[in-house]
Design a protein around this ligand. Structure first.
Ligand code: IMP
Ligand code: MG
Length: 183
């Protein structure tokens, strides 16, 4: 068995299902932003959204848009969402543009709340948020996500960009780690 596979307890969402869903989201987002008019900037939150972002972009090949990035420091305990973290910086052209924020997962919403605030402060003409995953019941009403790939159970997941201690981002499926792999 390949070394990384041994760490995985079960696959929650297979890469084929992710691909199909990301294609749907990409088509819908491109159509919605066409209807909105004006200029579009996609702002992606590093590093968890990297693979989602890349696949989403490939599904909107004729959309004229700019890319920005937000880096969030990760000194917090990675498996304990909601513990403190610090925003580092926002790059990209946001002022007076229609911004789509892209993140891997909406969990407690702490991260997205801060980045949504940051993008509004930077003068975005409008703001919507796309997340690949959402843990139901935990996402607060003041942190909206207009585009959601999958609602999942309340488990810590890795793969397709999501990490534990910066590992497993390259695992192609969304998966749950074996008990004992997280400490
Ligand atoms: P929130 O601030 O609690 O919503 O957490 C959002 C951030 O925590 C995401 O951008 C992820 O980087 C990380 N995160 C939350 N839940 C998970 C998970 O189940 N697996 C991996 N990373 C997670
Ligand atoms: Mg992360």
């Amino acid at each position: 068995m390949p070394p990384m596979d041994a760490d995985i307890a079960r696959i929650l969402i297979h890469r084929n299902d992710i691909q199909r869903r990301v294609r749907e989201l990409g088509l819908r987002i491109a159509a919605d932003y066409d209807a909105l008019g004006g200029d579009m900037t996609i702002v992606s939150i590093l590093a968890g959204s990297l693979i989602f972002l890349a696949d989403l972009l490939r599904e909107m090949p004729s959309k004229k848009l700019k890319i920005g990035l937000v880096q969030v420091s990760s000194y917090r305990e990675e498996s304990v969402p909601g513990t403190p973290e610090t925003l580092l910086r926002l790059t990209g052209d946001v002022a007076r543009r229609h911004v789509l924020l892209v993140d891997d997962i909406l969990d407690s919403g702490g991260t997205l709340r801060r980045v949504q605030h940051m993008v509004r402060q930077a003068g975005a003409a409008s703001l919507r948020t796309a997340v690949l995953l959402r843990k139901p019941g935990k996402a607060p009403p003041d942190v909206p996500a207009e585009y959601v790939g999958f609602d999942i159970e309340d488990a810590f997941v890795v793969g397709y960009g999501l990490d534990y201690a910066d590992y497993y981002r390259n695992f192609p499926h969304i998966a749950v780690l074996r008990p004992g792999m997280m400490r």
